[in-house]
Structures are given as C-alpha cells and as structure tokens.
Design a protein around this ligand. Structure first.
Ligand code: RIB
Ligand code: CA
Length: 329
C-alpha cells in the first residue's frame, strides 16, 4: 500500500516541501498541531479549513483565523460545513471552553476569510497544485468527505489523508468511539473507504503522546510569543485531563503532523479499519482488522510513540518562532 512516509522521505531527500491542507476544529490540540506544521520546512501550507466539532463552526472558524494570525500562516482560510453529514452536532465545550480555545489572549484575525467554502477552497488548491496534496484532518472528517463526494475527479491530486481520529482499542467520547469519528461516522466511512492512503492517529497513540507539566515549563522558558501561548494552551488543556487522572496532556492532533514528519518516532501498523455507523453502543467505532476478514489494509494505524522524542519535537518547533513578532493580542 502506498504510504505517506515514502512521500516525506522523498521530500527530506530533495528538500522540496510537501503541499498540505490543514482541516480542523480548533481546539487547543489542533492549534498545537498547526504550530508544529508551520514550524516545519517540510510542509507548505496551502489552505486552512475549519470544521464543526470541538465548538460550533463559527467559533472554530474564528479560532482558526486567530491561530493563523498568531503563527503567521498566510494561507487562505475557509469555513467548512456547519454540521456533520447526517448526525446532530456534538461539541466539547467541557474540554476546550466556550470559545473552543479558552485560555491565552490571541491576536484578532488578519486578512479576510475566503469567500469560498472549505470544499471549494480545497478543490481549488488541488486543481492548482503541480503535485498531489496531503490533507491533515484533526477534527470530524465532514469537509474531507464532502470534498470526495463533490469532486471524485480530484482524488488523484490527493497524496493521502492524515487523520487524528478513532481508536482501535477504545473510545473517549463513548466507551467505543473517539470524538472526531463519533461526531461524523458517515464522513469517516467515506474517507476510509476512498481508496486513498490514510494514516490514522487514534487514541492508541495520542493518549501515549502525553506532554507533562515539566514539558510545559520547558516550552514556556523558550519565552517567545508563540511559546508563551502554547504553554498556556497546554496548561488549559491539561486542566480537564488532570481531573481524569492523566499524568499529562494527551495532545492528540499534533500526532497527525508529527507522524508524517518523523515516522521514526512512531510505531505504525497497516490494517483494515471499518467504521461502525450503526449500533446503540458502538456507533463511531473504528474497528481494526489485520486478519483480512474485513478486507485488505486501507489504513496505516499509528499505534505508539517515543514520548520523549515527541515532546522534544514540540519544544524544537516553538523555538522556530524565535524572532517572529506575534501580532498584538
Ligand atoms: O478525541 C480527540 C479529538 O477530538 C481531537 O482532535 C480534539 O481536538 C477533538 O477534536
Ligand atoms: Ca481537533
């Protein structure tokens, strides 16, 4: 199965950045993932698109625009679909706060929101790109599924899809389902059955990608505008997880970027992943099968991480913003 690590190995060898679209529901961990993406010379961010998830679409869009202002991401930003393909919306204000990105003050958006919808912007980027584009989705997969339904002719321009979502072993929003998949199981089913290379960072790896309070302090000590905000995002994100007994903040979304950039830090297994779209208790479950009973492998599932190496990656990334003048919050 063609996998994204081949693409990134070639990019490292050639020094040519890989074009990428960032789609998410920021969200503290989405924001930290986008920070990691912007800091990497291996990624060329061509567009940012918002989806409904952690908070309503209006809030995640506003957050996406503020994050791009903070980080200096000057790619076009477009608003996605207002709610899942078939499900009723679910939000996570209990984790990310009423704004969806509570905590530190952030600069106001710079520039205008694209007049295009997320699907239109994604399609435009795919059409105009000389080479296939990687889509990194760190929220419900509603926009990506809509893109695949509306523009099947553009699939050859998608190099692959890196997903934060699911969990082979367990869920976090229900016993069986992880939040991003549960919000829009039909969208996930469309993505995982698309035939495109899918790399899935589920809870199996993201709950091992724990960032500890001592890591927050190392990041804060970098003492540039971005580092100070990232440390506060981690403080806020950890506040909820500490109540559940976590030793650190499980920064889910950055794994979907880090596993592309540094596959050597991760354990990855190919398997067939089926999305349960029915069931009173199991809707939204990602069922992983390596026996072949459910069909050939359709995803590379990231199952474990070198935690210390991952924490060091985030620390190096915030240092890349030394000298960047964050706009006034
Ligand atoms: O289950 C974790 C996922 O749900 C992360 O993407 C987080 O941002 C929320 O969207
Ligand atoms: Ca997210």
């Amino acid at each position: 199965m063609f996998d994204l690590s081949t693409l990134f190995a070639a990019a490292r060898a050639s020094g040519r950045a890989v074009p990428v679209i960032l789609d998410g529901d920021p969200g503290h961990d989405d924001a930290i993932g986008w920070m990691l993406a912007k800091a990497s010379p291996l990624l060329d961010i061509r567009a940012v698109t918002s989806c409904a998830g952690n908070q309503t679409l209006e809030k995640t869009t506003y957050n996406a625009r503020r994050i791009c202002a903070l980080l200096g991401i000057d790619a076009p930003i477009a608003m996605g679909l207002h709610h899942p393909l078939l499900s009723d919306p679910i939000t996570a204000g209990n984790i990310h706060g009423q704004s969806g990105l509570d905590g530190p003050r952030l600069p106001e958006p710079v520039g205008e929101l694209s007049p295009l919808t997320a699907v239109e912007l994604m399609a435009k980027v795919l059409r105009e790109s000389a080479e296939p584009v990687v889509i990194v989705v760190t929220g419900p997969e509603t926009n990506v599924a809509a893109l695949l339904l509306a523009h099947p002719e553009l699939k050859p321009k998608i190099a692959g899809i890196s997903v934060m979502g699911g969990g082979i072993a367990y869920g976090n929003w229900t016993a069986a389902a992880e939040f991003n998949i549960l919000v829009d199981p039909e969208a996930a089913e469309i993505v995982f059955s698309s035939g495109l290379p899918v790399q899935m960072c589920g809870l199996d790896v993201t709950e091992r990608a724990l960032i500890f309070p001592e890591d927050f302090e190392r990041i804060r000590a970098v003492d540039n505008g971005v580092a100070r905000v990232v440390a506060e995002w981690l403080d806020f994100f950890y506040r909820f997880h500490r109540t559940l007994g976590y030793a650190g903040a499980p920064v889910h979304d950055p794994c979907a970027i880090a596993s592309l950039l540094h596959p050597e830090l991760f354990t990855i297994r190919e398997m067939h992943v089926a999305i349960e779209t029915r069931g009173e208790y199991c809707r939204g479950t990602t069922v992983g099968d390596t026996s072949g009973r459910l069909g050939p492998a359709n995803a590379r599932c990231v199952m474990d991480v070198d935690r210390d190496g991952f924490a060091a990656l985030l620390l190096d990334a915030v240092k890349a913003y030394n000298g960047w003048e964050v706009p006034q919050a």
